[in-house]
Design a binder for this molecule. Structure first.
Ligand SMILES: [Zn+2]
Ligand SMILES: [Zn+2]
Length: 556
């Protein structure tokens, strides 16, 4: 740390460089620091029992009141999702656009933190000062409304952070990205440029959001039954297109799923959705409307276990059922790691008689991230002295560095850094500096019931409460128990007591399996989650402890 400052600018990612998600980047000058974004990552299959992952912000805690606050580029989970966790013990303001602020506030409310956190909203080109940093937000286009790039003026030069963006010249709301302001900064001189690498492996240009309209339209026109459309809840322009097509094809719109209803309400309050209220219908009206006069917008395009669409696919939703003739559009990217769950859901949807349209069989989605040509355009406009690629795995960052060289930057002015590494820039130039503490924190926020009890599960937790492993094999078709459950524990019971506890645990697992609806019994994720919850409840009640419970459900 550099309490008095040494005239140097330091840039240090806490997350998002070397991985997709967890975006959080510190900019430090004169002993003061701000952080751009604070996102989460959903766990991959190796992180069993973990609900989500957030960056370790110990370094920001160490800065104390020299840490001035978070500046948020847009409201996606990988940019705001960690805020409810890190703001528990960081009393700093959060600066965000209205849409992002609405989504953050909703999250904080769930965690009962909304009254404690100061959120300042800004609009593009409304500059403000944070210590030595003058922040100027610049409108960009992305798969969420209200996304910005940031031009941050420091005493030794301007840092431009692209946020997430693509260059969409024909966006749904007519608000093209503000290339002019970016070019003006470029011509006046930019010290450092940080740019989104997510789609750097894709050649050419990402098509406009408007280009999915045709693909969606043919489904809306041709589906003999209802049209179900699922996309990310905050993808307001995609949802707007679904509303427009519903109006054009005489369909009334029913919204199902809490996160979808939430973000639509926020967007409507802000005037970002153009639709007459008469277009919308209540879920209760579904039965009385002719099938070809209905659109159902739902959350759950990733096959998330508890989402509306998964429940509908499993015939496990109280109010909505799929009927033969219905069409389901998964209007979103398949997030790596979710492929199997999504395919399972698609299988269930077909089983109910629906036809399913998704990225691999229909033009129903375009990315919100810039491809190579747009990234090159951005580098040419901003013309930075130094360049650091952000938002990507190592291969994306490496590719983006190579692209920067092709655009004309020298290898002395491009830096590939990863989480915890520090780039120091001063009068003598740019170079690597002492790394700062960084890492991942695992959050287990489900299966406890009360949000106040959310456990931050790190190594400390494991060492204090121990581990219980449950292994069972189920029949792939029927979901019947074939073998096990067998148990293995560390640091939970005295060795002599373990068999007694295992006997009861075995009965609990069998009873839990019997309680799961036949529809869900073949869904190993659902079974895993139910078994985990039941075992945790049992151990909590009998031992008053919450060890890490890891069920392994093998399908045979
Ligand atoms: Zn992102
Ligand atoms: Zn994004």
């Amino acid at each position: 740390m550099h309490a008095d400052g040494d005239g140097a600018l330091r840039v240090a990612p806490l997350g998002g460089l070397g991985e997709i998600g967890l975006n959080c980047l510190i900019i430090e000058y004169g002993g003061h620091a701000i952080a751009v974004d604070c996102g989460l990552m959903f766990p991959d299959s190796s992180m069993l029992g973990v609900d989500l992952v957030i960056p370790d912000v110990e370094y920001l805690r160490q800065l104390g009141d020299r840490f001035l606050g978070f500046v948020i580029t847009h409201g996606h989970e990988d940019h705001i999702g960690a805020l409810p966790y890190v703001l528990r013990d960081l009393a700093v303001p959060v600066y965000a656009t209205p849409m992002a602020a609405g989504l953050i506030t909703a999250r904080l409310r769930e965690h009962r933190l909304d009254a404690r956190v100061r959120i300042e909203t800004f609009r593009p080109r409304q500059r403000w000062q944070m210590g030595p940093f003058a922040v100027d937000p610049i409108h960009v286009t992305h798969s969420i409304v209200d996304a910005v790039a940031l031009a941050i003026t420091t005493p030794i030069g301007v840092v431009v952070h692209s946020g997430d963006f693509k260059i969409d010249h024909t966006p749904i709301d007519g608000a093209s990205p503000d290339m002019q302001t970016l070019a003006e900064y470029g011509s006046r001189g930019v010290l450092l440029f940080l740019s989104d690498s997510t789609n750097v492996e894709v050649t050419g240009t990402t098509p406009s959001e408007r280009s999915v309209r045709g693909g969606l339209e043919s489904v809306f026109v041709e589906a003999p039954g209802r049209v179900f459309l699922s996309t990310f809840s905050s993808h307001i322009h995609r949802l707007q297109q679904a509303l427009d097509l519903s109006a054009a094809t005489g369909r009334r719109v029913v919204m199902v799923g809490r996160s979808l209803v939430n973000s639509m309400r926020i967007a409507m309050d802000l005037g970002y959705v153009q639709a007459p209220l008469s277009l919308f219908a209540e879920v209760a009206e579904l039965g009385s409307l002719p099938a070809n006069r209905v659109t159902v917008l739902t959350s759950g395009s990733q096959g998330e276990a508890l989402s509306a669409l998964t429940r509908i696919a499993m015939n496990d939703h109280a109010q909505v059922r799929i009927e033969p003739g219905d069409a389901v559009i998964l209007s979103s990217r398949r997030i790596p790691g979710n492929e199997r769950t999504i395919d399972n859901m698609i299988n269930h949807l077909y089983r109910r008689g629906a036809q399913v349209f998704h990225t691999r069989n229909a033009p129903v989605h375009v990315s919100g991230h810039a491809s190579q040509d747009e990234l090159a355009t951005m580098l040419n406009l901003v013309k930075p002295r130094y360049f650091v690629p952000v938002h990507g795995e190592y291969r994306h960052l490496a590719h983006h560095v190579r692209l920067a060289h092709a655009v004309g930057l020298s290898s002395a002015s491009t830096f590939l850094i990863e989480n915890g590494q520090v780039l120091k820039i001063d009068a003598a130039g740019a170079r690597a500096d002492e790394p700062i503490p960084s890492g991942r924190v695992f959050v287990d926020g489900k299966g406890i019931g009360d949000v106040g009890d959310v456990v931050l599960r790190d190594r400390r937790h494991l060492s204090q409460d121990g581990l219980l492993l449950a292994v069972l094999a189920v029949d792939q078709k029927s979901g019947d128990l074939i073998a096990g459950p067998d148990f293995l524990s560390r640091g939970v019971f005295e060795e002599a007591d373990a068999p007694r506890f295992f006997d009861v645990a075995r009965e609990i697992v069998v009873a839990t399996l019997n309680q799961i609806a036949p529809e869900s019994r073949t869904d190993s994720l659902e079974v895993t989650e139910e078994v985990r919850k039941a075992l945790r409840r049992y151990l909590g009640k009998t031992l008053d402890r919450r060890p890490v419970v890891l069920p392994f459900v093998m399908e045979m």
